[in-house]
Design a protein around this ligand. Structure first.
Ligand SMILES: C[S@@+](CC[C@H](N)C(=O)[O-])C[C@H]1O[C@@H](n2cnc3c(N)ncnc32)[C@H](O)[C@@H]1O
Length: 254
């Protein structure tokens, strides 16, 4: 288990890590609560954000990918008022259109490929009431750790071929391994890299360019309230930068 800091922990039977810090855009999500239409927390992890929302009196529905963890989550959070369900972007979404006033999608989009990203944005639009918002953070192509091993160049080359393409990288584990190999054995990089191999299935991983993601939301009909890059010092990596995370707030027009 990686011990670099205490800001993250691997998720049991879920994908990736969860974070022991409150979401940087939490206030935007909490402010969506209108007294009747619930808030949705997609890929809730350890439920820290959902717990905050429930404590303010909001109705919260928190979801996870793996149906096997739902009973465990219900048991752990009994008495908090949080409701749990299974949701798998983009295809398995057990809710009716215009159900939610706010959707938090924290650190989930980098597990999706281009078509899944577009289909998810469309589903978000349908799920929200008019005036509702999506609050989203995900990994940026400016992720400092992978700059020395060519991440940005790969993404720029992809955009030059097709400006709207947000194709995930199949070779991300090779990039990650190359970044680890820049560090001497015994450096925390080696332990963190091993934790990643345990936490993620081999497959693909996406890295986003803010303007491109915002354009995809605009094309779906959203208004963009915030699009920016920021630091994500809780990410389970051994080097952090000021532009590791893409942050977006998008509203469905009234
Ligand atoms: C990196 S964790 C983030 C957990 C939590 N949101 C947080 O910020 O601590 C990613 C979460 O997304 C979920 N997830 C991954 N792929 C998903 C998908 N296609 N649809 C829905 N949830 C997904 C995982 O089960 C996991 O809970």
């Amino acid at each position: 288990m990686a011990r670099l800091n205490h800001d993250f922990s691997p998720l049991n039977q879920r994908v990736g890590f969860t974070f022991n810090t409150l979401h940087v855009l939490l206030k935007y999500w909490l402010d969506c609560w209108d007294g009747s239409h619930p808030l949705l927390d997609i890929g809730c992890g350890n439920c820290l954000n959902s717990l905050q929302a429930a404590e303010t009196g909001a109705r919260v529905i928190a979801t996870e990918l793996n149906p096997k963890v739902i009973p465990e989550l219900k048991e752990q959070h009994r008495g908090t008022g949080i409701e749990f369900d299974c949701l798998h972007l983009p295809e398995t979404i057990p809710f009716k259109d215009e159900t939610f006033s706010g959707i938090l999608c924290a650190e989930v989009f980098h597990f999706l490929d281009h078509e899944e990203v577009l289909a998810s944005i469309q589903r978000f639009y349908d799920l929200l009431i008019p005036g509702g918002k999506v609050i989203l953070t995900t990994v940026s192509e400016d992720l400092s750790l992978l700059q020395p091993v060519g991440l940005k160049q790969l993404r720029v080359a992809q955009r030059e071929r097709d400006g709207s393409c947000m194709k995930a990288l199949r070779e991300y584990q090779d990039l990650f391994c190359a970044a680890r190999n820049l560090e001497p054995e015994g450096h925390p990089a080696w332990e963190i890299y091993a934790a990643h191999l345990d936490a993620y299935q081999p497959g693909y991983f996406n890295f986003f360019y803010p303007e491109q993601l915002a354009t995809a939301f605009k094309r779906q009909g959203f208004d963009i309230e915030l699009i920016e890059l920021g630091a994500a010092n809780h990410y389970p990596i051994w080097k952090h930068g000021p532009q590791d995370q893409v942050r977006l707030v998008a509203g469905k027009p009234e």
